[in-house]
Design a protein around this ligand. Structure first.
Ligand SMILES: Nc1ncnc2c1ncn2[C@@H]1O[C@H](COP(=O)(O)OP(=O)(O)O)[C@@H](O)[C@H]1O
Ligand SMILES: [Mg+2]
Length: 418
């Protein structure tokens, strides 16, 4: 009982400490990753010292916890040896007393002692691994946390494989993000009852302040999020009824900050279509107005892209990503602020060539600049998670207060609008 009591206490304390220590490793990894990734930002704000201190503080915290854990672990040894020796003394003295009193004979006395020693050695073995068990238990708990994480999006069985066309419909869509721990919905809805009908092949602009949920709205179409209430439909069918792979192939998204991978330009373009020929790649590059600078590169498609596309400018990267998205031959093309880094003239050139080269594809253009949506068929005006206006640009100029304000601010006249 003595051994069990002392060991349980030690295991309990050690587990508690290790459970606290392991999440700290996550935190320190996060600090390192953020700093390596954002090294330029860290340097330009001369935050090196501060970030260095942040790392050292975390490391010190871990050191303290782990030392404590090891001290408890180290305690097992003396505690055990002590308890075992006390037990042995008890065995022998009580045994001798019983033998003198004639309660047991010499054979039983001998047996008692050897059983005692055997049992105690076995207990000692268990005790030595006990602390390791405590450590494994703490790690195991964290592994299970990751394994038990249920994805909120599930791919339907026998999902529909073909997306007939690029029409889109939002039917009373409500959406809230989950809070940081993922078990509760945020108090305020992000999308508050969206109703939209977009015909296949239409060019749709989306305008609205930052945080008005423009990105969230377009993210619902390739099913990066599922609404809590309401349905999003593509080609007249609920997006949840499609298999995710064909759905995301047909709904192609270009982000403001896209990622290029290290490798040749050709490899990067083939993310859109692994079988794409050079001719197809060239056509996509031409539509995205990227040929003009790709033609200057030594080796053209064999040109090596550095990690993260570091050897291209922001605007060039955006055009390459547009070309990559076009190669998927999508039914719906979504540009989430994806021409923010190209000049207005090139922006217009890209829109014109998209309109001419792939007229059947529904295009959704999220933008800050009115000029980016001036020639759209219709424009959605978002405010605080709601669609407040949805009409042609020139109608909006007269009817939408927000749209008019943005036009005035950016010096756009009604004649420039479609
Ligand atoms: N992953 C997320 N988790 C929690 N809240 C988010 C997340 N992404 C965006 N939000 C919140 O949703 C709102 C809309 O964001 P977003 O759709 O990115 O706006 P926009 O693209 O119009 O700038 C913001 O208030 C933002 O804080
Ligand atoms: Mg956004």
């Amino acid at each position: 009982p003595l051994i069990v009591a002392s060991l349980s206490t030690i295991i309990f304390l050690a587990t508690k400490i290790y459970t606290k220590a392991f999440p700290k490793f996550d935190e320190i990894n996060k600090i390192v990753e953020e700093n390596v990734r954002g090294i330029r930002t860290v340097k330009s704000y001369t935050r090196e010292e501060f970030e260095d201190k942040k790392f050292k503080d975390k490391a010190a915290e871990i050191k303290q916890l782990m030392t404590k854990g090891e001290i408890y672990g180290g305690l097992t040894n003396p505690v055990l040896v002590c308890t075992i020796n006390i037990s042995l003394t008890l065995f022998i003295s009580l045994g001798s007393l019983a033998f003198i009193d004639g309660i047991i004979d010499i054979g039983n006395f001998q047996a008692l002692i050897s059983y005692g020693i055997n049992t105690l050695t076995a207990v000692m073995m268990v005790a030595f691994i006990a602390v390791n068990i405590a450590m494994s238990f703490a790690s195991g708990k964290r592994v299970c946390e990751v394994l038990n994480e249920v994805p909120t999006l599930t791919n339907p069985q026998n999902g529909c494989e073909t997306i007939e066309n690029g029409s889109i419909e939002f039917d009373d869509v409500h959406f809230s993000f989950r809070d940081k721990r993922g078990d509760k919905l945020a108090d305020e809805e992000c999308l508050k009852g969206i109703n939209l009908k977009i015909a296949s092949g239409e060019v749709i602009g989306i305008i609205g302040g930052t945080g008005s949920a423009k990105s969230t709205l377009v993210n619902m179409i390739p099913r990066f999020y599922d609404p809590q209430i309401g349905t999003v439909k593509v080609a007249g069918r609920d997006v949840r009824s499609y298999d995710l792979v064909p759905l995301r192939d047909s709904v192609s998204m270009v982000l403001q900050k896209n990622v290029l991978f290290s490798g040749t330009l050709r490899d990067n373009m083939r993310w859109g279509d692994p079988q794409a020929t050079d001719a197809q790649i060239d056509r996509a590059l031409a539509i995205a107005c990227a040929s003009e600078f790709v033609d200057q590169l030594p080796g053209r498609l064999d040109y090596i892209v550095d990690q993260g596309g570091a050897n291209f400018s922001g605007g060039q990267k955006q055009r390459l990503c547009i070309a990559r998205a076009i190669l998927k031959s999508p039914k719906v093309l979504i540009f989430d602020d994806s021409t923010s880094a190209v000049d207005t003239k090139t922006d217009k050139k890209i829109r014109n060539s998209l309109r001419e080269s792939i007229p059947g594809v529904t295009k959704i253009i999220v933008a800050q600049r009115i000029s980016s949506v001036a020639d759209a068929d219709r424009v959605i005006v978002m405010d605080d998670g709601r669609v407040v206006d949805f009409d042609t640009p020139s109608h909006l100029f007269d009817s939408s207060r927000i749209f008019r304000e943005v036009c005035d601010l950016q010096g756009v006249k009604k004649e420039e609008l479609r």
